[in-house]
Design a binder for this molecule. Sequence first.
Ligand SMILES: Cc1cc2nc3c(=O)[nH]c(=O)nc-3n(C[C@H](O)[C@H](O)[C@H](O)COP(=O)(O)OP(=O)(O)OC[C@H]3O[C@@H](n4cnc5c(N)ncnc54)[C@H](O)[C@@H]3O)c2cc1C
Length: 815
Amino acid sequence: MSKQIPNQARVVIIGGGVVGCSLAYHLTKLGWRDVVLLERKQLTSGTTWHAAGLVGQLRATRNMTRLAQYTTTLFDTLEQETGQATGFSQRGSLALATSGERFEELRRGASMARCFGLEVEVISAAEAQAMWPLINIDDVVGAVFLPKDGQVNPIDVTQALAKGARNGGARIIEGAGVTGIRSRNGAVTGVATDRGDIAAEYVVNCAGMWGREVGRMAGVNVPLHAAEHFYIVTEPFDGMTPDLPVMRDPDNCAYFKEDAGKLLLGAFEPVAKPWGMDGIPEDFSFGQLADDFDHFEPVLEAAMRRLPALQDAGVQLFFNGPESFTPDDRYLLGPAPELENFFVAAGFNSVGIQSSGGAGRVLADWIVNGHPPMDLWDVDIRRMLPFQGNAKYLHDRTVEGLGLLYAMHWPFRQFETARPVRTTPFHDRLKSAGACFGEAGGWERPNWFAPDGVAPEYRYSYGRQNWFEHSAAEHMAVREAVGLLDLSTFAKFLLQGRDAERVLNRVCANDVAVAPGRIVYSQWLNDLGGIESDLTITRLAEDVFMIVTAFSSQVRDFHWLNSHIPNDAHAILTDVTSGMACLGIMGPRARDLLQPLTPDDLSNEAFPFATSRRIELGYGHVRASRITYVGELGWELYIPAEFATGIYDTIIAAGADTGIRHTGMHAMNSLRMEKAYRHWGHDITDEDTPLEAGLGFAVAWDKPGGFMGREALLRQREGRVRRKLVQFALDDVDVPLYHNEPIWRDGEIVGYITSGMYGHALGKSLGMGYVERDDGVDAEYVNSGHYEIEVACRRIPATASLKPFYDPKSERVRL
Ligand SMILES: Cc1cc2nc3c(=O)[nH]c(=O)nc-3n(C[C@H](O)[C@H](O)[C@H](O)COP(=O)(O)OP(=O)(O)OC[C@H]3O[C@@H](n4cnc5c(N)ncnc54)[C@H](O)[C@@H]3O)c2cc1C
């Protein structure tokens, strides 16, 4: 190990766990030799050393599964490449289901994994027992087996990655703690350490559970919190043979791993124990936490029922070590929006070993090329909001996060802890109206409304859930009368200044050089033509634009635009989300409802689609924008927060005659699916272009000055478009689509569903997803295929359409 602290490096990586070492390894693979990794104590001394070493590939989403799949490929060859043993053995893994719903979850996962060639077998309980002869299968209804899953020695694999990195030129320095982050003009310039300063172009925070503290040194929000994480290791006992696959019994919160004739039994208990509330002790190194047998006992008891031989096995080791968890159980990766060239890879939620290969590889790519190699929104640190760095919030959410990894991954499942955080001005009124709230980005959002006598609570399932009929009624109210939607959670920014139009027009693919009062729907593209954002822009005045985007993109979009304002431009971006509530009044009777409440003319002639005006309403003024995400006549009313409830009351009081109905987010989703309106983060991401997504109509190809991404888009337009976003309607109306289901065309997988929902006006189960072909996809190809969508290993015939199934000519929005 190098002892000298260099003065300078291209990249400084903070943290010598498996993640930091993987990043160093992958940076050198891309040819960057001037890489320095600093570890405060010794490599692996944080969390990595005590991991159980499970390496599974099946994750909740397609992209996360792809990354975990890469990790196994890497671990398979690393020993050969570096000469350092890794202990990797590919014995496969088994996941047991003890209920029909869990089996459906596993089968849905198996279908998703097959999309991109992951080997996975759906097997019976008896076949599972043949692989693990000691288990009791009385309650097992089925299982899946992944033959290429395995296990690894976490210390050895980290050392192998470190060796590979050193072979590629990286310097790995132990006993060097980072004490500060240097920056100038909003960009990182290096680090301070307890052994001197290092100037650096890039700094990467791979500090594991110290990641939040290291982030704070840089003014960067890294929301994670440590929790205690338990396993036991038994004495050797008969039947523990080296051919046993890793076994997960998620319904009993346990995993089982054979280790040198012993059993390692690990827990994912439903109520976890946060740790490190007063900071992590400076001397914590290869540390362990106190035993808590009472806490572990329920998992042990269930495990003894699964594996009766465990009852007679002695316990050799009771292990409790800390691991870091994030508010949504997904890790934090990518560039920090607060500080240029400062990247993060932390908060691995107990799957850091199996994620390390993929995360290190894509982050290295991101740093070297300036953009991620694939859609990484699932784990992108820019999804995190400033409030999520709050210590109490993190503590309270961590209680729930650990157990959720093995809990049912129900569709629409809501977090239960650390709520409420953000409520809109309408919250109490909506609650009185029966709202069942979900949580998203800290916001309490009404997902559906329970009629009188119905409890506003979820009863989850993979089939139709308890709110289906109520949401259907809300959906139909919007189609036939009028619905009121609380849209206050939209993120809203103002861009103001002499150069606002010039700045925005460079960033927007559409043309915002419009008259004040016009609304423009646009995408923001990266240099490859990928869609970074999907939003509406309203010109309020010559020098003022209002930008409205999804709650989830609040940090990301603000950062994207702000970082593309040239230094010499007169354009100032302000986030005004908190000051402005928003109501959507949507449906064919929206005008009948609103017109009597305002002296302003709401007729189609006076107030056409895609325009916006300040109008009087009730005792106040609101900005009414004629735009829709549900495909009907309607207005979004932007209301200064202090006027919000008064105006709400006015509308509700007047609404009875028009059949107004409170409408939740689930209905908004089913409404937009019928209209095939895209959802950023699902249907459109930074790896999809407007031409692929069917959004070419929103591209102003020839506007003066061009726009970011135009050249890439032109090249694509001149060549072949390899993929197109297509709508699907299932023949079997009873099977819900969620996302990630494979799309079959004439007996071949050609893509997967990016979002799905039941369309109540159409009476169909709907989905959309990209159909791909190397030779190009056009309307003829899409229309000539015979399609099936695979749901839980069953293929269901489907109709495909490039146009929306509902109101394909968009006549209803212009009524
Ligand atoms: C009981 C248990 C079982 C687990 N089992 C599995 C499993 O089977 N499979 C799996 O995939 N994952 C498992 N995990 C999770 C896995 O161990 C972690 O996700 C992973 O090790 C995290 O790696 P890391 O590199 O992010 O963090 P760490 O290993 O903690 O590395 C961070 C490093 O940063 C260093 N550092 C911190 N601050 C500074 C500073 N200021 N300057 C310099 N260095 C600094 C620390 O000393 C530390 O070494 C398990 C975790 C636990 C607790």
